[in-house]
Design a protein around this ligand. Structure first.
Ligand code: 3DU
Length: 213
């Protein structure tokens, strides 16, 4: 059964912590990104971990030269269990983050093809090559789209790595369309469909049960 990762893209500290408290029995990991961290500061990552004791992944889609990537990784991985990076910047930039992560025993997760419609414009044409690079570099996991199950399958087959897949819920992706592609090492990311619902706890429970089928 694939795991459930909440994308916690709210802007308010108290709301974020309340949602974590509500859903913690049903999610396996929490993903934070620029919306929450830029609104509240990096300490929020520590607070979330303390509250739920789950894996917290920083979705900063790091995409800079190796020297700058290294600095970003050092700061981020003081707090987070893993960091999401872009691969299109090249192997050296990803390796710079891996070097930091290895020393701290943390995860590096690399984006291949994104889930939004615009990803077909520039990313999709290079996504298979990015997946090959991810395999070669032995990153810990890759990001691939739930909104295009056939691409999710192809990318997973190329990379032979755990997948973290966004697009279920608000972006139109459906659990039933991806469940047969995923295994117990993979994560399904759900954000707005949980945190914008009237009852995030119930919604998280519902997603967890759907993954259990
Ligand atoms: O659409 P949702 O609200 O379920 O959130 C999806 C999350 O995953 C959100 O944080 C977004 O920034 C992230 N993400 C994608 O949606 C697509 C990608 O290719 C990579 C990350």
């Amino acid at each position: 059964m694939p795991k459930l990762m909440l994308a916690l893209d709210v802007l308010d500290r108290d709301r974020a912590l309340k949602i974590v408290e509500d859903v913690k029995d049903y999610v396996d990991a929490i993903k934070v990104g620029y919306p929450l961290v830029l609104s509240t500061g990096t300490e929020i990552i520590k607070e979330i971990k303390k509250l739920c004791n789950k894996e917290v992944i920083a979705d900063f889609k790091v995409a800079d030269i190796p020297a700058t990537n290294e600095k970003i990784a050092k700061i981020t991985l003081k707090y987070a269990d893993g960091i999401i990076v872009h691969g299109f910047v090249g192997e050296d930039s990803v390796k710079a983050v891996q070097d930091v992560a290895k020393k701290l025993n943390k995860k590096v997760i690399m984006v291949t093809e994104m889930s939004h419609p615009g990803a077909v414009q520039f990313l999709q044409p290079i996504a298979d090559k990015l997946s090959e690079m991810a395999k070669k570099l032995k990153v810990d996991a890759i990001v691939a789209p739930s909104t295009r199950p056939e691409r999710l399958k192809e990318i997973k087959e190329i990379a032979e790595l755990p997948v973290i897949t966004p697009g279920v819920g608000a972006q139109g992706g459906k659990i039933e369309d991806i469940l047969n592609i995923l295994d117990e090492n993979d994560y399904v990311i759900v954000g707005r469909a949980i945190y914008q619902s009237q009852n995030p706890k119930e919604e998280a429970k519902k997603y967890k049960e759907m993954l259990n089928k």
